[in-house]
Write a protein that binds this ligand. Structure first.
Ligand code: HMG
Ligand code: MG
Length: 290
């Protein structure tokens, strides 16, 4: 008898390489290359691409010029190009270049919040409030991150209760989806299972995404855990680029092409052309090695 699969029939990839990936590369990648990378990723059929961030360029110099990137990309029909915006200043900069989707980011660790965005968790929520009002007026979608769900390099414990409360708060404020960040890639499958189970008691799987860095080589296993629990949105980065400049020891995100291979093995549809994706990976690898 054929066993019914526990996995979702379809998954959606949110490609974060042009932002999370390139923000942590030592080499500054020029605007033209970032634009070409995003255009190639669009060709592969990815529907959600985090294309840059509007943060303080003194803090993250690699994302300087994100306004030019958004102005120059060739937008695919049905593709959403997301901008990371930490505050109203970032949101306003994004609006100047026609951004239709932004991502805000809060941390479940007080210490990481201070290191990353220079304020407490509570203050970060206050900074996001006007973004939701403005987003509603401008017909802009807001995605939310909760970072450091499985551990933080600057704080001993991260409480699952804080993760759940933050995710619920950001959804109530107006995020259409919460991306759960294992920022430093320290989560084990058992730990991720326990965190996700805690979240799923309060939040439907359709509102959650996973964002796993692959520091300890556990990201694919952890994604499998998420898929088994019905979560079908996966953040990943072409070629496994990246990390976070304010999370010591964070390596790149899980590689998009490896996630695609996993989805294929599990017979989960994704709509992405692996050949085009491979071309994009080759392109950025060559540029980074020059
Ligand atoms: P702050 O210093 O607290 O901000 O920084 P402030 O409001 O006090 O302003 C100080 C200066 O920054 C002022 O300039 C502002 O104009 C400027 P000055 O008057 O001194 O010349 N400023 C800005 N400039 C450009 N764009 C802005 C902006 N806001 C203020 N939006 C801030 C607060 C958040 C801006 C700063 O801490 C920052 O830029 N941090 C970088 C955060 C970041 O990009 N981290 C990496 C991304 S998060 C991540 O990777 C995790 C994630 O992937 C999920 C996961 O893996 O878990 C999302
Ligand atoms: Mg990240």
């Amino acid at each position: 008898m054929k066993q019914t699969s526990l996995f979702p029939k379809r998954a959606r990839i949110v490609e974060v390489g042009p932002r999370d990936g390139l923000q942590n590369e030592k080499k500054f990648v020029d605007i033209e290359t970032r634009v070409e990378l995003i255009n190639q990723l669009t060709k592969s059929g990815i529907t959600h691409i985090e294309a840059g961030s509007f943060v303080n360029p003194t803090w993250v110099p690699q994302m300087a010029g994100s306004d030019d990137v958004f102005s120059k990309i060739t937008r695919g029909e049905g593709t959403s190009y997301i901008a990371l915006t930490p505050n109203m200043r970032g949101f306003e900069r994004a609006m100047e270049v026609g951004v239709k989707e932004v991502a805000i980011f809060a941390s479940a660790s007080e210490a990481f919040s201070q290191k990353n965005i220079n304020c407490s968790i509570a203050e970060s929520i206050t900074r996001f409030e006007p973004i939701f009002d403005a987003a509603l007026k401008n017909d802009v979608a807001v995605r939310g991150y909760v970072s450091t769900i499985a551990g933080c390099p600057y704080q001993e414990e991260v409480s699952v209760d804080v993760v759940v409360a933050l995710a619920e708060k950001l959804l109530a404020m107006g995020c259409y989806e919460i991306s759960l960040g294992d920022t430093t890639g320290v989560g084990t499958p058992a730990q991720i299972h326990s965190i996700l189970t805690g979240l799923l008691q309060r939040i439907p799987a359709s509102k959650l995404a996973v964002h796993f860095h692959d520091t300890n080589g556990q990201a694919l296993e952890n994604i499998k855990v998420a898929l088994e629990l019905g979560i079908s949105v996966i953040d990943s980065s072409i070629g496994g680029l990246g990390g976070c400049p304010y999370a010591k020891g964070a390596s790149g995100n899980v590689a998009t092409e490896e996630v695609i291979e996993l989805l294929d093995k599990l017979d989960i549809a994704h709509g992405i052309n692996l050949e085009e994706l491979t071309k994009a990976r080759q392109f950025i690898r060559e540029k980074l090695s020059q």
